[in-house]
Structure formats: structure tokens, C-alpha cells
Write a protein that binds this ligand. Structure first.
Ligand code: ATP
Ligand code: MG
Length: 138
């Protein structure tokens, strides 16, 4: 089964939306194969978002993601990476389709509630960032 990496961002954790988000994820056919709540340091957040380090929004992105706890998950499903991107919706909640997680729980493009890996290669790298093999259901 394909696996992707997702995390619920601090704003959605703070607003008590984690349970509803996980419910939607399971109802959409994903198995939660690993899960942990963590608080990233600024340095860890910079490392996670390294691919965006040249972008104008990099510092805001790093500060947002390290300002509170996040809930990281490995999600298993056929076609998990692409199907999860569809379930999340567009990065900007205002442009996201009705019923998507970002439309429902995102506040703005910076605080869009949830992250999902955008390719199988990045999913594997991101899974390794948060979890070791023993923590993931096969
Ligand atoms: P998508 O690829 O569908 O746009 P994404 O989550 O992969 O969604 P990225 O472009 O990879 O988006 O950016 C990573 C994160 O950076 C986004 O989830 C968002 O929170 C933030 N971000 C993206 N673009 C902007 C922007 N123009 N201004 C501020 N923050 C942004
Ligand atoms: Mg992206």
C-alpha cells in the first residue's frame, strides 16, 4: 500500500479540529499507520521546509509551523500521495474546493490547517523525518 506523510498544523490543533480532520481522513479510506504529536524547533522546521528556503514566505512558514504542536501521521492507501492532496484541497483555503480539509479548517494560505507530501519521493523523505520504521504499521 502506498504511504504519504501528513501533519495537522498548529492552528488546527489549537482550534480543536484534530479529531474531525482525522475522522475525515479515515472516512476517505486512509489507514493511520503512524501518528505522533510533536513540537518542532525553528531549526527542525527550517530543515523540514528546506526546499522552500529561497521563497519570500519561508520565515513565516517556519515560524507558523514551530509556534505550537503538530500531529504528524503516516497515511496508507492505494494512490495515497495524490488522493491525500485531493482531500486537502488547494494551498489557499479561499481557492480550495468545497468539502476539502483546507476549505473546512484552513484560515489563510499561511494557516491552511494541514500539510501533505506532494510526491512519493518527498513522502518517503518526510516519513523518515518524523518516524522510524518500527513506529509504522506495515
Ligand atoms: P500546493 O502545492 O497545493 O500549493 P502546498 O501545501 O504543497 O500546496 P507549497 O507551495 O508547497 O504548498 O507551500 C508550503 C506551505 O507554505 C503551504 O502549505 C502554505 O502554508 C505556505 N505557503 C505557500 N504559498 C504561500 C504564500 N504565497 N504565502 C504564504 N505562505 C505560503
Ligand atoms: Mg508543495
Amino acid at each position: 500500500m502506498e504511504k504519504t506523510l501528513a501533519f495537522i498544523k498548529p492552528e488546527a490543533v489549537c482550534n480543536n479540529n484534530s479529531g474531525k480532520i482525522i475522522d475525515s481522513i479515515e472516512n476517505a479510506g486512509f489507514q493511520v499507520a503512524a501518528l505522533k504529536m510533536v513540537r518542532l524547533s525553528v531549526e527542525q522546521a527550517q530543515k523540514f521546509y528546506e526546499i522552500h528556503k529561497e521563497k519570500a514566505f519561508f520565515d513565516d512558514l517556519v515560524n507558523n509551523i514551530s509556534c505550537g504542536s503538530i500531529i504528524a501521521m503516516v497515511l496508507a492507501k492505494e494512490n495515497a500521495v495524490d488522493d491525500f492532496r485531493k482531500l486537502m484541497g488547494a494551498a489557499n483555503p479561499a481557492a480550495a474546493e468545497e468539502g476539502t480539509l483546507r476549505k473546512l479548517y484552513g484560515e489563510s494560505i499561511e494557516k491552511n490547517g494541514i500539510h501533505g507530501a506532494d510526491s512519493l519521493e518527498n513522502a518517503n523523505t518526510e516519513i523518515g523525518f518524523f518516524f522510524n520504521k518500527l513506529e509504522i504499521i506495515e
